[in-house]
Design a protein around this ligand. Structure first.
Ligand code: ACM
Ligand code: ZN
Length: 562
């Protein structure tokens, strides 16, 4: 009996009202990622032609205008926008006590009040409102007879991490600009704020560089081996036609970067060095080690021994070339971070190359790994002089000489090097391949496995947890051929990683996430992004990476050696 009294007391308590509103049974409140706190109110606020937004300045006005555009398109109404005014039902109020990106959202039947200390906070508050609206708000054409209402509530919210990213791979499967923009729309809705754009690799060079036109004339195109899977594709021969590929012009890149910036997203370009560089070296073979006598072509697949052909570390014209490329990259991407790769760099050619060996002697480098550290550090320091921070994959740590200013992205760490880096003061982004690689089939990486992963690595001591900047989910595209397939692989797993990046650990709950995600699915669908069907999310049992499951790895480990 006592137990029942306790249950009745709990049910009556205000705490429970809050929990019920945000728990599994509420069909109404479904915000992804889950906010810090939601307290329900009563009634609804309804947007109409008479609604006015009152904002304090032009920056806020730009945020509000983008949101108002949704109504113009989908509802055929255009709420007014009053800049520098308090007259309006949707009011923005700056409150400097809020943390970056945090917001308070108070919705009553009469008004919506948003408080934040920065533009991002106002933007994210509106993304929450967007998810509370009927999904038809994403429609490109006016839809009739819809009540554009959101339920009354108070939301307090702030991100757990400042770095919440995803990686797109237009190299293996070119992603036309229009699709990149659709992906950016979905990212914004999920409060993801970094787009890591993997623009160069063995299989293509995807960005126009004016000083080196062959990078796209030659490097953007490869032979057609689409009749066989990626890992079975034969390397190209000299003179073969190269019809497969594509690239972004600088104009298109500017458009993507501006579109993302309007949605509070930083686009981080990746120019991968010293390996994953066959496309660049196909265009400019003089930057490979002089011991390389083979024909260098853009690889249609894994490449076998050819993927061991990498930039020469002993040739100063290589660094000059990369600096020229970076000059144009910095012009196009205002991002704080520039990714310079540093993953999976086989060292066989460096070992045989007289120039690389001479460089090791001159610089007192005792290992080939340290030569890689030297290579990365030259670019890191050049970027640092220009106010940019370099991001590198975790293999770049292995020489023991990586510049401390580099940010390390952890994808496959077999010996705890990333936790040691963070414990020594280095910055880290967590992209553990086993949990966060969204190109792996759900049969191997079920949604729950992604969701339950804790990015606060337990090997990183509490006082150094702040060195974990955040999370990133890559979707590599060796085995992806269409946008529809990519959408299924990414969603809902991208959203699960977005929630790990935004929501504090104690507020995360996989069942709640899955229900909430299903509520926002129609919105993604309206943007042309169709997630995997719920019955595919969590197959049981699923393949583990050990033993025979290795066989099913979509990205074969043959060039994991470095
Ligand atoms: C990677 O997957 N090679 C970063
Ligand atoms: Zn060399």
């Amino acid at each position: 009996m006592k137990r029942y009294i306790l249950i009745i007391l709990i049910l009556l308590s205000p705490l429970t009202v809050f929990l019920q509103a945000d728990n599994l049974t509420s069909p109404l409140i479904s915000i992804v990622p889950r906010p810090t706190q939601i307290v329900p109110g009563s009634g609804n606020f309804t947007f109409s032609a008479k609604t006015a937004f009152a904002v304090e300045n032009q920056e806020q006005a730009a945020i509000a205008r983008n949101f108002i555009d949704l109504f113009t398109r989908a509802a055929g109404i255009t709420p007014a926008l009053n800049v520098g005014s308090k007259e309006g039902q949707v009011r923005f109020v700056t409150d400097s006590s809020f943390k970056p990106e945090a917001y308070l959202l108070e919705i009553t039947p009469q008004q919506i009040l948003i408080k934040a200390s920065d533009t991002k906070g106002f933007f994210y508050a509106l993304q929450s409102v967007r998810q509370l609206l009927p999904a038809t708000i994403e429609s490109e054409q006016p839809v009739q007879n819809i009540a554009w209402s959101v339920p009354a509530m108070t939301v307090r919210d702030e991100p757990r991490f400042g770095f919440r990213g995803l990686l797109l791979d237009p190299v293996r499967c070119f992603i036309p600009k229009e699709n990149v923009l659709r992906i950016i729309d979905c990212m914004a809705m999920l409060k993801i704020n970094k787009l890591h754009f993997h623009l160069t690799d063995d299989n293509g060079w995807r960005i126009e560089i004016k000083k080196y036109p062959r990078l796209t004339e030659v490097g953007a195109w490869r032979v057609d081996r689409t009749d066989v899977p990626f890992h079975s594709r034969r390397n190209p021969k000299r003179g073969e036609l190269t019809p497969i590929g594509g690239f972004y012009t600088q104009e298109e890149i500017r458009e993507i970067v501006a579109y993302a910036a309007d949605r509070q997203i930083e686009v981080i370009p990746e120019i991968d060095v010293p390996a994953h560089s066959n496309a660049a070296l196909a265009a400019y073979p003089q930057f490979a080690c002089p011991v390389v006598k083979d024909f260098i072509g853009v690889l249609p697949g894994l490449g076998g021994r050819n993927s061991e052909i990498i930039y020469c570390a002993g040739n100063d014209s290589v660094y000059a070339f990369l600096q020229d490329v970076m000059d144009e990259i910095l012009e196009l991407f205002p991002s704080r971070y520039i990714h310079i790769g540093g993953d999976e760099a086989p060292k066989a050619r460096w070992k045989a190359c007289p120039d690389c060996q001479a460089r090791m002697r001159e610089e007192g480098l005792s290992s080939l790994q340290a030569l890689q550290g030297y290579f990365m550090n030259r670019i890191i320091s050049w970027l640092g002089d220009r106010g940019r921070a370099a991001v590198v994959w975790n293999e770049s740590l292995r020489g023991g000489n990586l510049a401390p200013s580099a940010v390390v992205q952890m994808w496959m760490d077999k010996n705890g090097e990333c936790a040691r880096w963070a414990n020594g003061g280095g910055k880290l982004i967590v992209s553990d391949f086993y949990h966060y690689y969204c190109d792996y089939p759900y049969a191997m990486t079920p949604l729950r496995k992604t969701y339950h992963y804790r990015p606060a690595l337990k090997e990183v001591r509490p006082i150094y947890q702040k060195n974990i900047l955040g999370v990133e989910a890559p979707v590599w595209a060796e085995y992806i051929e269409t946008f529809a397939h990519m959408s299924e692989m990414c969603y809902p797993r991208f959203a699960a990683v977005a929630e790990a990046g935004w929501t504090r650990e104690e507020r995360r709950n996989a069942e709640s996430f899955e229900r909430r995600f299903q509520m926002v699915t129609p919105m993604l669908a309206a943007l042309g992004v169709h997630p995997a069907a719920p019955q595919l999310w969590n197959p049981r049992p699923y393949m583990r990476l050990k033993g025979t499951a290795q066989f099913f790895l979509p990205k074969l480990p043959s060039n994991f050696r470095d």
